[in-house]
Design a protein around this ligand. Structure first.
Ligand code: NAD
Length: 249
């Protein structure tokens, strides 16, 4: 039997990078996948890859910063597959780069709305559906920048610190009802999220990871798989790094 046999999983931001790798890995482990993303093309490509490999998947277009879109994703998941067992709240943006004293207000609002409120809205609707399914498991994608600061990313850093606290709170609330809720903190991972960074910045980032390179989306997906599987049955309210040693420095 595969690790996630017959489980129904929502992956937000599943049209690219880490969310795509998680969608593909979970499908290869037997899960039925609901990919949500604001980017229709990316989301459709992910489900096409899954279906081509013999898996089951649907795409639901959604802006994670809108509560009603998150509600719709859960409704579509239950409508299609009958239940909800797993969610990965992964959709996120980097946000503008500027010091706090000059930070664009609209950039702050947008980054918090997607990266932090989006995770809350996701869980707000996923949890009731999981309760009806008898339990479940949620992984929220935070960041190493949910544990430490970095200059010029106040909104991103605040949003990811918020995701870790929100995860701990929800884990306490639902531990007795068989829902485990954890967060993960990737180091810098080679995905389109980093596409705006120049070569010098990329080189400097590599130097911050003791393993001497950036990570891959597949390496992050392996941690998310373990946390959402029964192998992590005694793990809830936890935060795990997958960061090449970044936070150990
Ligand atoms: P990515 O840009 O490759 O993928 C992000 C996905 O989220 C995209 O498909 C995008 O369309 C989607 N998205 C963006 N805004 C959305 C919205 N409002 N509603 C729905 N979907 C939306 O980036 P990634 O690197 O795969 O990032 C995934 C998660 O991992 C993010 O939460 C990010 O903060 C986190 N993370 C990334 C890194 C890294 O170095 N790449 C490091 C730590 C944490």
């Amino acid at each position: 039997m595969k690790t996630l046999d017959q489980k129904v999983a929502i992956i937000t931001g599943g049209g690219s990078g880490i969310g795509k790798a998680i969608s593909l890995l979970y499908s290869s482990e037997g899960a039925k996948i609901v990919v949500s993303d604001i980017d229709e093309k990316g989301g459709q490509e992910t489900i096409a890859e899954i279906i081509a490999k013999g898996g089951e998947a649907i795409f639901v277009k959604a802006d994670t910063s809108k509560p009603e879109d998150n509600k719709n994703v859960v409704e579509k998941a239950v409508e299609k597959f009958g239940r909800l067992d797993i969610a990965v709240n992964n959709a996120g943006i980097g946000g503008p780069l500027a010091p706090t004293g000059e930070y664009p207000i609209d950039g702050w609002d947008k980054t918090i709305a997607i990266n932090l409120s989006g995770v809350f809205y996701g869980m707000r609707y996923q949890i009731p559906a999981m309760l009806k399914s008898g339990g479940g498991s949620i992984v929220n994608v935070a960041s190493i920048l949910g544990k430490v600061g970095t200059p010029n990313s106040p909104a991103y850093v605040a949003s990811k610190h918020g995701v870790i606290g929100l995860t701990e709170t929800a884990a306490l609330e639902y531990a007795q009802q068989n829902i485990r809720i954890n967060s993960i903190g990737p180091g810098y991972i080679m995905t389109p999220l980093l596409k705006s960074l120049d070569d010098a910045t990329m080189k400097a980032l590599v130097g911050l990871h003791p393993l001497g390179r950036l990570g891959t989306s597949e390496e992050v997906a392996e941690l998310a798989l373990w946390l959402n599987s029964d192998k992590a049955s005694f793990v809830t309210g936890a935060y795990y790094n997958v960061d090449g040693g970044y936070l150990a420095r």
